[in-house]
Design a protein around this ligand. Structure first.
Ligand code: PMP
Length: 305
């Protein structure tokens, strides 16, 4: 990684190479940190960088922090201000990924959440595609279950919970798949390692509800709104069974890093025609227009840097 740019660390902007935590830091040892992943999109025509839905990302980050009994002296607005300052420090002119983290910053041994100091840090890096096969991904059902709300809340973006995502992703990749779908403890489809899932059945767009152990994705929310408003689709949040996936007309997955990934095969079974479907194609195009601040109706989702 190129560390020649800046990061926010211990209350100030510093050269990224100097943003170092101690090996005894609680958040590092016990996974007691929460994070967010946002994208900044460079619009070459407008010659401007736009961050996608930062308020929503920070709202979710602060909610994740609340679940983990963390307190930081920032609200959504002050985090947005800080983000603008950091991005302007390095005058980014390309697509970037932003990683804000709230973490248990004290050092020492002892598993708990209380009586520990919390801190906030953030870095920015150039970022392109996350899933290379994003128009014809081959996905498998993971043998790993999605963590349950009563184990580690999936609705929080909690660092320790990403051990579950990493198991899901690595086993899928090593078996030759692009990504995996995890089932929850009730056997319902929850989500991928770092993306939500949608299926089209009988022309209706369906995605698991927030009570099926998913991260409440901001891309998910955006796609639901775009599908309803712009494509006039019926959108349903309901539990999805494993075998419904095989007989769906279209499957796609969504996430900040992943954006909109067309899934054309699941466990060697072609989905629909076996090629990227019409709704997925339209939603991908629409989403790209929206995130780059080229859709006037959704400009309030784009923060100009
Ligand atoms: N689920 C998980 C487990 C994730 O890590 C992510 C990525 N943040 C998502 C879903 C998608 O969420 P979002 O659209 O907010 O990036």
């Amino acid at each position: 990684m190129d560390l020649s740019t800046h990061a926010f660390f211990e209350g100030q902007i510093v050269p990224w190479s100097e943003a170092k935590i101690n090996i005894a830091t609680h958040g590092f040892m016990y996974g007691t940190s929460v994070f967010s992943g946002m994208r900044g999109y460079w619009n070459a025509e407008k010659k401007k960088l736009f961050v996608f839905r930062p308020f929503d990302h920070y709202r979710r980050l602060l909610n994740s922090a609340r679940m983990m009994a963390m307190e930081i002296p920032y609200d959504e607005e002050s985090l947005i201000e800080l983000t603008l300052t950091l991005l302007r420090t390095d005058s980014w002119q390309e697509d970037v990924y932003l990683r804000p983290v709230v973490y248990k910053a004290d050092m020492g041994i002892g598993v708990r959440l209380h009586n520990l100091r919390d801190d906030f840090c953030m870095f920015v890096m150039p970022f392109g595609k996350y899933v290379s096969n994003d128009t014809n991904a081959h996905v498998t059902f993971s043998s790993w279950k999605r963590i349950d709300d009563n184990v580690i809340p999936a609705r929080g973006k909690i660092a320790g919970a990403y051990a579950n995502s990493a198991l899901i992703k690595t086993d899928a990749n090593r078996a030759g798949f692009d990504e995996a779908l995890a089932l929850d403890s009730h056997g319902h489809v929850s989500e991928g390692s770092a993306m939500n899932v949608f299926m089209v059945r009988d022309g209706v767009l369906i995605t698991p509800p927030v009570t099926d152990n998913i991260l409440e994705g901001i891309t998910r929310r955006s796609i639901m709104e775009l599908a309803k408003n712009e494509l006039g689709l019926e959108v349903l949040e309901r539990s999805i069974d494993r075998t419904e996936v095989f007989i769906a007309e279209e499957i796609f997955m969504t996430g900040t890093a992943a954006q909109v990934v067309a899934v054309t095969k699941v466990d060697h079974r072609p989905i629909g025609s076996g090629a990227m479907g019409a709704m997925t194609t339209q939603l991908r195009e629409l989403f790209d227009t929206v995130v780059r601040a080229d859709h006037p109706k959704y400009r309030h989702w784009n923060l100009e840097v």
